[in-house]
Write a protein of this length. Structure first.
Length: 352
């Protein structure tokens, strides 16, 4: 993978009152709900409760700040974007994802260095598992040697792989330089399965990359400016409570990851025999165990064993306890837990 140094100005975002204020629609609060695990379906039922009339608003000054901050100003760490080219070999991209602890990288066309798309570790892993099968992956002690022996992988390029049906985890939704941060946040909130937004110039040159994590950190850093909306209970937030896919601690880990691909989701809740939340398994966990290529044989272990090893070996990058909220917790509480624990989801649980 190549290291790309964006040319955009690195000026830090500042508030201003010049641009017009986007309207805070304050839609009618949805009916509140709580989640109950259904043991038969492995999904979550929605149980309606009485609606509350309280209106929670976003401060107008903060909306002006979002409208006046451009997408060029919210920079990636170290102001560096790692990229792959369509002519790069898949094995080299996979090694790069492992080395840099990335889930995905932007792909550029070699001619003109124009934005082409994303390639995702989950897609590569799914392709490897489907092609090689359990027998080879469980028996091989040296995964990289196995990888190099297979012609399908040794010579395959990014361009070849991107002809293989990719999941919807990587939708193409770039914005042009100069667009507001308000615009980017709206795209991330409204577009399904969108986790990152590339920023390109008029020639489709990649200038920046904005992720959900960056936006979360920005919002938490401006928490005191948001207004009453930060104190809104989760049960009153539209789409805050969603169907959750559950897996048990006893299921093979490979089945859990296969379920993510099938359901086009990036994470599942892990529960014990009693239905109590024990943890979470996400696409991010694919990279946490990859440095010694133990990833593949470990994926055939029970989920509970897989999570225990992750917690013991990567305690600095994973929360020690499953992160959850109740339906009565606020947006601010959920945001804090997401950002401080460097995770992408918290589960809404009941009192039991």
């Amino acid at each position: 993978m190549k290291r790309k140094q964006p040319d955009a100005d690195t000026e830090q975002p500042q508030a201003t009152t010049k641009p017009p204020t986007p309207k805070d629609a304050n839609p009618r609060s949805p009916k509140a709900a709580r989640t109950e695990a259904d043991a038969d379906t492995g999904k979550v039922d929605q149980v309606e409760q009485q609606e509350e009339p309280t209106v929670y608003t976003t401060d107008a000054e903060f909306l002006r700040q979002l409208a006046s901050t451009t997408c060029d100003q919210l920079r990636v760490p170290q102001n560096t974007v790692f990229c792959a080219e369509r002519t790069d070999k898949i094995v080299d991209v996979f090694r790069g994802l492992v080395k840099h602890n990335f889930l995905s990288v932007p792909v550029l066309q070699k001619t003109g260095r124009k934005w082409y798309g994303f390639i995702d570790m989950a897609d590569i892993v799914s392709y490897v598992v489907e092609t090689l099968g359990a027998d080879k992956l469980q028996k091989s002690e040296d995964f990289w040697a196995l990888f190099d022996k297979e012609d399908a992988f040794r010579n395959a390029t990014v361009s070849d792989f991107m002809k293989h049906p990719l999941s919807r985890r990587n939708p193409f939704n770039p914005v042009r330089t100069g667009y507001s941060l308000f615009h980017v946040i709206e795209i991330l909130a409204r577009e399904p399965d969108l986790h990152r937004v590339p920023v390109i110039d008029a020639d489709r040159q990649l200038m920046n990359l904005i992720t959900q994590s960056q936006v979360g950190s920005y919002l938490l850093g401006n928490k005191d400016k948001i207004g009453d909306k930060i104190n809104k209970p989760l049960r009153l937030v539209a789409d805050a409570i969603k169907t959750v896919i559950l897996v048990s601690e006893a299921q093979p880990t490979i089945d859990a990851f296969s379920m993510m691909v099938k359901e086009n989701i990036s994470g599942v809740a892990v529960v014990g025999e009693d239905g109590v939340l024990k943890g979470a398994l996400s696409v991010r966990d694919l990279k946490a165990v990859a440095p010694d290529a133990a990833l593949f044989w470990r994926m055939y272990q029970p989920v509970g064993t897989f999570l225990t090893k992750l917690s013991n070996e990567y305690s600095d990058s994973r929360p020690s306890q499953p992160q959850s909220c109740t339906a009565d917790d606020t947006i601010g509480t959920a945001l804090t837990r997401l950002v401080e624990n460097k995770i992408h989801r918290v589960f809404i649980v009941d009192d039991h």
